[in-house]
Design a protein around this ligand. Structure first.
Ligand SMILES: [Zn+2]
Length: 316
């Protein structure tokens, strides 16, 4: 799961004295054990959707917004302050000059020993982890973190079978700082690719019971070339099962490294009952893992050599 639309924020209740920058919408969530049935925003009633917790999206105005969280006959009131909409500045924005970075002449990095599996490393990153970051929750309360780890382990096994060395950012239920995820890919000269594995949840304006598809996110050109190959193979493996939305652009901490081909895979939606059931089917998981590993292998054997010979500048 990742954050929703522009001009929206996510807040967990209760949290007194909330002051927000200028936003139009607010995605709110909390623990289901609090028995929340609905929310009243400026006198308007909004129902909540219950998954493992309750979630809803509310419209906000500039200034004070009176919000009541209703649980049965009890109601807790909050004022959510929203800053004024910033005026667009009239002065033309000065274009920032970027210094030429030292790695720009050696891009992408040359492998130490491209024919040796030890010199051909893939970092696999199971998204989320630890007691506080479960990721999205399934209808029965399974954390996305567990589904991500199961698929990541299967991807690792497939990649090892194809002759790659795999570094896992976590191989257990461990909390990781976001910036520690791509660190191994940044610092290890023999890493050719970084793949972060997730299971999706819908945006605020979509019925969470109705949406399922696979997608792959990348930011720069080298990431998109890897994501394209992985997405193609996943599309074949998922044909007649769930739709494949292909590659989309996203500037995430785990997709933006211009030196290492990086992408983030959302293999399915964990928030529908059907998605939850499918994700725990080990045969299907293995089929998806095989597709991801074969997609990466296709990319390495094909497009990687194109990238080795070129010298594109990182995108800003
Ligand atoms: Zn996620």
């Amino acid at each position: 799961m990742f954050a929703g639309a522009l001009l929206a924020v996510t807040i967990a209740f209760p949290k007194p004295g909330i002051q927000l920058p200028y936003v139009e919408k607010c995605y709110m969530s909390g623990a289901v054990g609090r028995g929340v049935t609905n929310i009243v925003v400026q006198g308007r009633n909004v129902s909540v959707y219950k998954t493992g917790g309750w979630v809803t999206m509310v419209d906000l105005n500039e200034g004070d917004n009176e919000i009541a969280i209703v649980a049965g006959s009890e109601s807790t009131n909050y004022i959510v302050k929203v800053a004024r909409k910033p005026k667009p500045s009239a002065a033309p924005q000065k274009k920032k000059e970027y210094k030429k970075l030292p790695y720009a002449d050696d891009f992408p990095r040359a492998l130490v020993a491209p024919d040796d599996p030890a010199g051909r490393i893939v970092v696999v990153d199971p998204g989320h982890g630890g007691p506080k970051d479960t990721g999205a929750l399934s209808p029965h309360g399974f954390g996305e973190k567990d589904a991500n780890l199961a698929l990541s382990r299967s991807v690792r096994d497939q990649l090892v079978g194809l002759g790659y060395t795999v570094i896992m950012t976590r191989d257990g239920d461990k909390a990781l700082e976001l910036n520690d995820r791509p660190r191994a890919a940044c610092t290890n000269k023999n890493v050719i690719a970084f793949i972060s594995i997730h299971h999706n949840a819908p945006n605020y304006n979509v019925d969470p019971r109705k949406v399922r598809y696979a997608s792959v996110y990348a930011w720069n050109e080298i990431g998109e070339s890897l994501a394209g190959k992985i997405s193609d193979r996943m599309g074949l493996a998922l044909k007649g099962d769930i739709p494949n939305k292909g590659v989309m652009k996203a500037n995430f901490a785990v997709t933006r490294n211009p030196e290492v081909a990086s992408c983030l895979i959302e293999a399915d939606f964990i928030t529908t009952p059907e998605g939850e059931e499918a994700i725990w089917n080990s045969k299907r998981r293995k089929r998806i893992a095989k597709a991801i590993a074969e997609g990466l292998d296709n990319w390495y054997k094909g497009e990687w050599s194109d990238w080795r010979g070129s010298n594109p500048r990182p995108q800003h």
